[in-house]
Design a protein around this ligand. Sequence first.
Ligand code: XMP
Length: 328
Amino acid sequence: TWTMSEFIGKEITRIRNLVGPTGQVLGAVSGGVDSTVAATLLKAAIGDRFKAVLIDNGCLRLNEAEKVQETLSRVLGINLTVIDASEQFLAGLKGEHDPEKKRKFIGGKFIDVFEEEARKIEAESGGKVEWFLQGTLYPDVIESISFKGPSQTIKTHHNVGGIAERLMAGHGLKLIEPLRELFKDEVRELGRQLNIAEELVGRHPFPGPGLAIRVLGEVTKEKVEMARKADHIFIGMIREAGLYDDIGQAYAALDPSRAVGVMGDKRVYANIILLRAISTKDFMTATPYPFSYEFLSKVATRIVNEVEGVCRVAYDFTSKPPGTIEME
Ligand code: XMP
């Protein structure tokens, strides 16, 4: 058995030995727990030879890029570059309705942007970027193996398989995964030991493809905006009600079907917001979170009143299985 502080010491030594005295490591960060903890470890091990990039794919949550800049760069002192690639992502998603194709496109574009940044850093520093960091956890490893049956992949997860292989093959980058043997709870504990703020350490998971898989079907800027606003309202109300830490994951998704409603004496024909919140131990199985009727009514009222283009709100009562946590 080992304690978290022993783990930190050992891992820092292992990373230093692996990377050597001049090696550079590039890591994508998202503002989530895993990548923030992984980045903090790298910073502790090799300082500014670790370079973090946040790729804004146009499908991040409200003010997320600014938040990440504040936490990683200002508070944690990590060398961070924010790349706004939102137009490229949104342009590429145009006309695409299929969830797997959306995921594949986002994964592929992500690699392109990441590789371009690696080349830029090499040109500026004169040294090679040999390593890249991934905040892969033990359950990601397990799920991606169990998800890949002989002939079928249920979902192409953004952070396991695919991306890493392509970065290794295409750019000759080698992978560092300091969290590969840990469960989420252990990563949170590690984050606390590394003095990362509790609000970040306790954050719900957020998928790599972001709001793109929470806008059902074709993604447009306007639809992402609706999902983003509704999500912000829902999560804010969950926090205010003191329910956040009791919930495994919660979000608002946009169903682009339209329904009829009356708002201020006028007939409207507008989109539907789907709310999802789950209780879970390990994200492999989940049950819908039992909100009170009153709470859900208040959320619905606010979303319809405040998010233009939305006239209905529904709550998803599906367990996993048969549902998955994300809608796509
Ligand atoms: P599902 O929808 O498969 O989600 O029940 C299980 C957990 O994984 C997250 N998820 C992802 N995370 N990249 C990620 O980093 C992805 O492509 C991705 N897809 C799903 C999901 O949010 C949930 O926590």
